[in-house]
Design a protein around this ligand. Sequence first.
Ligand SMILES: C[S@@+](CC[C@H](N)C(=O)[O-])C[C@H]1O[C@@H](n2cnc3c(N)ncnc32)[C@H](O)[C@@H]1O
Length: 367
Amino acid sequence: MKSSMTAEQELPAQPGALGGRPGAGTTPVALMELTTGFWRFKVLAAGVELGLFTLLDRLGEADAARIGAELGLNARPVRMLLACCTSLDLLEREPDGHGAARYRNAPVAAEFLVEERPHYFGGFVRYSDRYGYPGWARLTEALRTDRPTTWDPDAQESAFVTADPAILEGFWGAMFTLSSFTAAALGEAYDFTRHRRLLDVGGGAGAFPVSLCRRHPHLRATVLDLPRVAAMARAKAAELGLSESIEAAEGDFLRDPELPAGHDVILLSMILHDWDEKTGRRLLEKCWAALPSGGAVVICELVLDDDESGPAPAALMGLNMLVETRAGHNWTYAEYADWLTAAGFGPMTVLPLDAAGANAALVARKP
Ligand SMILES: C[S@@+](CC[C@H](N)C(=O)[O-])C[C@H]1O[C@@H](n2cnc3c(N)ncnc32)[C@H](O)[C@@H]1O
């Protein structure tokens, strides 16, 4: 029994949608969930920052007193934090029969919130907490001014041109975190055995090449990115023993008139949503020019439905582009299809992806 209420006393299930149960009138319960959505995020962010999930991975399981002692938390806050993490399915709680309980990581925490795990998601959580959250706190300002709030567009050329070491480490670490799972999903959805050389345009620290070259040992990959970031990709490949398969090229896909040649597949993951339509179209033209006949371009994004009614992750990532970029947008399937055709590519194939960073891979070939 979860509570001492009888079945008769229990409240009816509340609707998840804002419209309420048919015939029962609306209630503000769903609004309460929306309003306090940030409470849930901050529980996750605090758990990651405190190292709760990594601790429980090391201990296997522990009671609240041990967890509090390890994390340096008093009994009251640790009890609250553990109750929240359990209610949000981040932890599992096993009563010990004497009024106390032992806690262990739930599967999602065990796989994604323990440091050093292959698909560790904590980097993205930390980055969102440190930079995204304060930027989103000024969302109305971003809506009114049509300007980003996570960086100063009067002082910086773009979000990516920065010398701030915290951002350099935080952002690209976060992207690696977010994209390593998307890359695995792409490897399942698209057959790279037909390709030999991959160019990952704006590839960051190289999450996609790392995953895809491990999956396909015949594949060679080049990460093209700004000099500081290319250095990170190079270091990451060396750290993971993949320097034979992955190289990093320094370049500027906006200013350089051409992309590096010699690749038969070009990946654009979370690139086109950072920029305006003109830049996106121009970049696809450069991809077309750099590919041989039969070569493919692969766009990985959270793509917005053509009727712009969702899905919510794509719509919200689009709004995140308002907060984080000068002119980015999460574009629709129809827009990408149109840009690809205009650049000279053949028909666009949609491969659905079930990943945090992309809901689809859009593939088109150069005739
Ligand atoms: C949103 S991140 C995506 C990273 C990676 N593709 C992924 O999906 O994980 C955008 C990337 O584009 C790179 N970038 C931004 N402007 C660039 C430019 N002008 N030339 C080359 N790379 C650029 C950034 O450094 C960053 O790595």
